[in-house]
Design a protein around this ligand. Structure first.
Ligand code: NAP
Length: 399
């Protein structure tokens, strides 16, 4: 009989984590913390409540290692990781001690996934991303080469397209990845401001082919530290950048892939990158691209003008407006139901990928719309969603 007790330790995958801080904000027992490098879980505090698992936009939170109860990975171990350690072999007769709980952790993990973005994997055909090349202690320095307002100047919704040039620095990105922005200065407690995550809205080779830059889509938030800092930057200003982050919300590198993109507001950022990459490199792709995009009004829809010029053969566009005077409130999920034939026509194909990005609140509505559309087409969304997730064809990034 093996006398050593083992524990199922909760750990975070540093390669996938996009450092959005959601887990740390969610954890009710302050077991999650971070340094300039990684987000980590304190094994002495984690009580397996699973509160942090559903909100994680990438699934990086959903990792576990069976370790000797007496010597779990310490915080310092986890801060130093560039990738997760491999699972060490555990004798088959060892006791897996669940000291914090009587319940089975596997059952809790399974429950945590119900209705959540779930553990995602990258599309099989996606290019290999680079992650974590720069951090707070060693940031990349980018220079602002453009900042343009994307929404009507008459509205108080200031959303900007901001271009960051990396000069001679190598900062390789893929469509769908994010970067961190380090706002200068300190907060009220004298601590350096937290790094903020922004999705990249340009394709991998820059705003124009072979430029060493990338674009962000930034909404100025009232009292937003990073958003006001970014939106106030002028041409020639410099900014500290971390990342790139994200290894799953990536574009299939396959001209036959059908890509259904569903977003609200600035959640449109990655889909500008997807559309541009396909337009530039796979103009005659056989796969279809469809965009469901929600905003309050046309005047507040980022990229409204440029989107009108994207040819319908490349991209089918469906806009949902929630605050047009005299018109009923319409959300993306309503528009998807209206276009049920198109969606249902694509869903059975193994080449179809779905991406959801934007407000957290939309997640449930979009899921319900897909459930309805499937029911009407004789498909079972719960089964399809599970299969699509496992095959890297269903991605939700909402926060
Ligand atoms: P917004 O202007 O506040 O809202 C955009 C539209 O979404 C509005 O028409 C709004 O309608 C509608 N909406 C509100 N609740 C909804 C729901 N439950 N279902 C469907 N639609 C709903 O959007 P925003 O300020 O640009 O916010 C974008 C969000 O995306 C932010 O939370 C940001 O953090 C997130 N984001 C995420 C990523 C990412 O995950 N990579 C990237 C960029 C942005 P109402 O008229 O009812 O308000």
């Amino acid at each position: 009989m093996n006398a050593t007790a083992f524990l199922k330790q909760h750990v975070i995958d540093p390669e996938i984590c996009i450092r959005c801080n959601t887990c740390e904000e969610t954890c009710p027992v302050d077991a999650i913390t971070h340094d300039a490098n990684n987000y980590v879980v304190d094994a002495t505090k984690c009580n397996f409540c699973m509160d942090c698992v559903p909100p994680c936009p990438t699934g990086s939170i959903d990792n576990w290692r069976i370790v000797p109860t007496a010597s779990p990975y310490s915080l310092d171990d986890q801060f130093s990781w560039q990738e997760l350690p491999v699972q060490q072999e555990v004798a088959t007769d060892a006791t897996i001690a669940l000291e914090a709980l009587d319940e089975d952790v596997d059952a809790l993990i399974a429950q945590a996934h119900i209705g959540a973005g779930g553990k995602s994997v990258a599309p099989a055909s996606a290019s290999k991303p680079s992650v974590n090349l720069f951090n707070r202690l060693k940031p990349a320095i980018a220079t602002i080469t453009g900042s343009y307002r994307l929404t009507d100047a008459a509205t108080d919704n200031d959303v900007r397209h901001i271009i960051l040039d990396f000069g001679e620095a190598h900062f390789p990105v893929l469509e769908g990845q994010s970067i961190g922005i380090v706002p200068p200065g300190v907060d009220a407690k004298g601590e350096p401001h937290r790094v903020r995550l922004y999705s990249i809205s340009s394709p991998r080779h820059g705003e124009r082919p072979n430029t060493n830059n990338l674009a962000l889509t930034v909404k100025r938030e009232p009292n937003g530290i990073a958003s006001n800092f970014l939106c106030d930057l002028k041409k020639g200003d410099r900014v500290e950048v971390t990342g790139p982050f994200g290894a799953t919300f990536l574009m299939p590198n396959d001209p036959a892939a059908n890509i259904i993109m569903i977003c609200t507001g600035t959640g449109s950022a990655p889909f500008r990158g997807f559309t541009e990459w396909r337009r530039r490199t796979m103009a005659n792709a056989s796969g279809k691209m469809a965009l469901f995009f929600g905003a309050r009004r046309p005047e507040e829809l980022p990229y409204f003008g440029p989107l009108q010029k994207v040819p319908a053969e490349l991209l089918s566009k469906f806009f949902a407006y929630s605050r047009v005077p005299g018109e009923p409130k319409t959300y993306v999920q309503d528009m998807m139901r209206r276009e049920a034939d198109l969606v249902a026509g694509l869903l059975p194909s193994d080449h179809t990928h779905i991406y959801v990005c934007g407000l957290r609140g939309m997640e449930q509505g979009v899921d319900a719309a897909l459930d309805d559309i499937c029911r009407g087409a004789g498909l079972r969304w719960a089964d399809l969603r599970q299969a699509m997730r496992a095959e890297g064809r269903y991605h939700v990034e909402t926060y």
